[in-house]
Design a protein around this ligand. Sequence first.
Ligand code: MN
Length: 203
Amino acid sequence: MTLAIYNKKRNFKQTTEPSGKIKKSVSKLIFVVHRHKASQLHYDFRLELDGVLKSWAVPKGPSLNPKDKRLAMMVEDHPYDYKDFEGIIPEGNYGAGIVEIWDDGTYADENNSPREIAEKILRAGLKAGNLKFQLFGKKLKGEFSLVKIKTKEDNSWLLIKHHDNYAVETEYNSEEYTPENSPINQWMEENRKPVKKGKSKYR
Ligand code: MN
């Protein structure tokens, strides 16, 4: 049932995104961060729970600096198989643009409990609007939390890095940790609008 919105928003005759089916990883819980060039470039942060990927759109991307509280808008659950999705969503479709994986790995609750216990804790955290977890990614490592903030929209959260051995004190820009030749970067390079002389203040 939780994937109904996901399926409704998409036309699987047109997009190559996976259709929504409940499915679980075999051993450890997984997470994935997509970088998505849609109308706006943004990141999508996804955590596996109960056979789906709980998903948040993070406009500025994740940060390893605990001072950054990155806005994360909760969106519809995505199917587990979305973890491997990369590619082009054709124009006219929901989320049209380019999707690439920015980081992925396994994750657990803050105490790195065995899966069943971890899922119970994470489920409760999600419900309470205060989700604490550990990421074992290639770029994102250590403790984080997602904290729900009270707004009219009811889907606004903050993604926050905790102070630990993986935290940084310097400015963190996820864009700097993206391969230069990634499909999105290539697209942006090819579609960069030439700066008109006399119009730009940065001339
Ligand atoms: Mn997106």
